[in-house]
Ligand binder design. Structure first.
Ligand code: SF4
Length: 189
């Protein structure tokens, strides 16, 4: 059973290809604790009903690290619920800009898979992945890339029209950082 929890519509970036881009300022929904717990409970019960041995929970957004407390609560609740020894796995999809060492330690301790958005070298990444003030986000995530490359990380690289020709170089760059697991998504602009 795979459960994807969209904890929040909010994000601290304004990527040029974000499908929330036009409506970013109007989007402010954040998942309540009640919905978080009921969703986990429902999906867990479905796992048992269908005799599934694995229960995977992915924390998604917007940017889910804006709701770090909800991640901690969700993990604890799922662990408490798991009386049947179902194999629990957690994952998070993040733009990486709100990471810090304690958060990475926590993800490692709880055996998280981390899906990190990274488009390539700084000029490629910063051309789309920017803060609301227009500043690129590469330098903010750069200090964590080495640590992330040694964890269970998957890089998500957006393929955009502008950087289609640079795709191979970007993948080489990401691979040179030590990441072995790289996935792509297409900007259908
Ligand atoms: S990090 Fe994701 S949710 Fe945030 S602006 Fe970029 S594409 Fe949108």
């Amino acid at each position: 059973m795979n459960l994807v929890l969209s904890l929040t519509e909010q994000c601290n970036l304004r990527c040029s290809y974000c499908y929330y881009r036009e409506s970013q300022s109007a989007r402010s929904l954040v998942m309540s604790d009640d919905v978080l717990r009921q969703s986990i409970q429902f999906a867990y019960e479905m796992s048992l009903a269908h005799k599934q041995n694995n229960f995977n929970i992915t924390f998604f957004g917007g940017e889910p690290l804006l709701c770090k407390e909800a991640i901690l609560k969700g993990v604890e609740f799922a662990k408490q619920l798991n009386a049947e020894n179902v194999r629990l796995r957690f994952a998070v999809n993040t733009n990486g800009t709100l990471l810090d060492s304690p958060t990475l330690d926590y993800f490692q301790k709880e055996n998280f898979r981390i899906f990190l958005s990274l488009d390539g070298p700084q000029d490629v990444h910063d051309s789309a992945r920017r803060f609301p003030n227009g500043k690129g986000s590469f330098n903010t995530i750069q200090p964590f890339l080495s640590g992330l490359s040694k964890m269970d990380s998957v890089i998500l690289r957006v393929i955009s029209r502008k950087y289609l020709n640079g795709l191979a170089d970007s993948i080489r760059f990401i691979h040179s950082l030590g990441f072995k697991n790289i996935s792509t998504a297409t900007d259908f602009d």
